[in-house]
Design a protein around this ligand. Structure first.
Ligand SMILES: N=[N+]=NCCCCNC(=O)[C@@H]1[C@H]2[C@H](O)[C@@H](O)[C@H](O)[C@@H](CO)[C@@H]12
Length: 439
């Protein structure tokens, strides 16, 4: 049975999400200083086809057109991130031109009755802070606190929904352990230190938020994966529990319970990898919601030859261009798991797919994306009907953009971007969404 927008609570919000480094471009203009991704993407071998976000979707100059497109679709909300090095320079001085960009963007959204959701950190750390140690330097939490306080002061009068960090798991483990994201380090001890400092930064920011934006809501967004055993055998089940703690629990438990998940912490301890217990009181200051970025499941199997005794195995479900299985029921399972465990309101801050999108005659027939979104909308509605306090759903992404190590080869947008002309085209999924939002 086809679901309609009116099946959802009337206050439920539908939106789209983006991030600064992936869409803005103007990477070195109007006083913006480099981020770790500006440097990382210009270093050979880090990004497919040596692509970077020097121009990206040129959103810094085209934001009015992009907000107009959101308005035409009838979106309720828009989640975007602030580029830290665009608003604050290495001397700790404000960059007024960068700040003015965000002021104009927020004002344009409000003019079109689109609710702004701001992410303070979506991976683009100022490079000068990386030179001081980045997320491995404990002082980073205080630099982040001061940056957060500045943005709360500047935009908190108009923006009432804030997310401190986007997917700290990726910042810590893709950036400091696997080396596939900036800053490209491969050191598990650094990764755990970075993870702890990201959580400390989150906690400090929430602390100042309560003083500055008294009528606002603040949360943190984590990547959430449905972790399942590859085989129905005890050892795979045990690894699934561990990996669930490692991927999902590691950035949820400390924020709510003030402690890391026991089993995963124990595994690191046994391997002589240091874990941290300082500032857990700061890390666990109360928040108003969890942002959930859901894409797929993770099938794990026990493998004693692996550093953490498990390895990921590919499943046999249909996959997106990222090689991620399409697994809508995992969204429902994880919303339920998170809500039962943490009892906090939830927003799906990202869900979407990379597809083999082809522009032909000004059209993109992405029926696979319509099917993907409809199936995940159904799971969101099922969760709401089961009593889960789910308050919104943001599609990743508003438009095709820079997909990190994959460059521009992966298209997640409901709007197609022709990078050679910077022209935007509504894909069939955007036209479908417009109708859905009016249904
Ligand atoms: N198997 N597997 N892996 C799934 C987990 C990988 C974690 N990557 C994400 O969740 C990133 C998140 C990011 O916020 C956004 O900036 C990215 O553009 C999207 C799309 O990639 C997603």
């Amino acid at each position: 049975m086809k679901i309609k927008r009116s099946d959802f609570p009337k206050e439920f919000i539908f939106g789209t999400a983006t991030s600064a480094y992936q869409i803005e471009g103007a990477a070195f203009e109007d006083g913006k200083e480099p981020s770790i991704w500006d440097i990382f993407s210009h270093e050979k071998g880090n990004v497919k086809n040596m692509e970077n976000s020097d121009v990206a979707c040129d959103h810094y100059y085209r934001f009015e057109e992009d907000v107009e497109l959101m308005s035409q679709l009838g979106l309720d909300a828009y989640r975007f991130s602030i580029s830290w090095p665009r608003v604050l320079n290495k001397n700790g001085k404000k960059n007024q031109k960068g700040i003015d960009f965000y002021n104009r963007l927020v004002d344009k959204l409000l003019e079109k009755n689109i609710i702004p959701f701001i992410t303070l950190y979506h991976w683009d750390l100022p490079y000068y802070l990386y030179e001081k140690g980045g997320w491995v330097n404990d002082d980073i939490a205080l630099y982040f606190r001061d940056y957060a306080a500045m943005m709360f002061e500047l935009l908190g009068d108009r923006v009432k929904h804030w997310i401190t960090l986007n997917e700290p798991w990726c910042s810590a483990f893709l950036g400091y352990y696997m080396g596939i994201h900036a800053p490209g380090h491969k050191d598990i001890n650094e990764a755990l230190k970075a993870a702890h400092n990201l959580l400390r930064a989150h906690g400090y920011a929430v602390g100042v938020f309560r003083e500055i934006v008294k009528d606002g809501k603040v949360g943190i967004t984590n990547v959430v994966m449905k972790v399942e055993p590859a085989n129905e055998v005890e050892e795979d089940y045990q690894m699934a529990v561990l990996v669930d703690e490692f991927i999902n629990g590691w950035f949820h438990d400390p924020v709510v319970f003030g402690k890391y998940p026991e089993n995963a912490k124990g595994v690191f301890g046994k391997l002589g990898i240091r874990t941290y217990d300082n500032d857990l009181d700061i890390i666990s200051v109360p928040i108003d919601f969890f942002g959930v970025n859901y894409y797929t499941r993770q099938l794990v199997t026990y493998d004693p030859d692996e550093p953490f005794m498990y390895k990921i195995v590919p499943g046999n479900l249909p996959k997106t261009e990222m090689g991620w299985e399409v697994y809508p029921s995992g969204l429902y399972d994880m919303l339920k798991k998170l809500y039962i465990r943490y009892r906090l309101p939830l927003y799906i801050t990202e869900n979407g797919m990379a597809g083999p999108d082809k522009l032909e005659g000004g059209l993109v027939k992405d029926t696979y994306r319509i099917d993907y979104l409809m199936k995940h909308f159904e799971m969101a509605l099922k969760a709401i009907n089961d009593g889960i306090d789910l308050r919104g759903y943001f599609i990743w992404s508003l438009m095709d953009n820079f997909e990190w190590a994959e460059g521009y080869s992966k298209r997640f947008g409901i709007i197609y971007v022709d990078y050679s002309t910077q022209k935007r085209y509504f894909k069939d999924s955007a036209l479908w969404l417009k109708d859905f939002l009016n249904s």
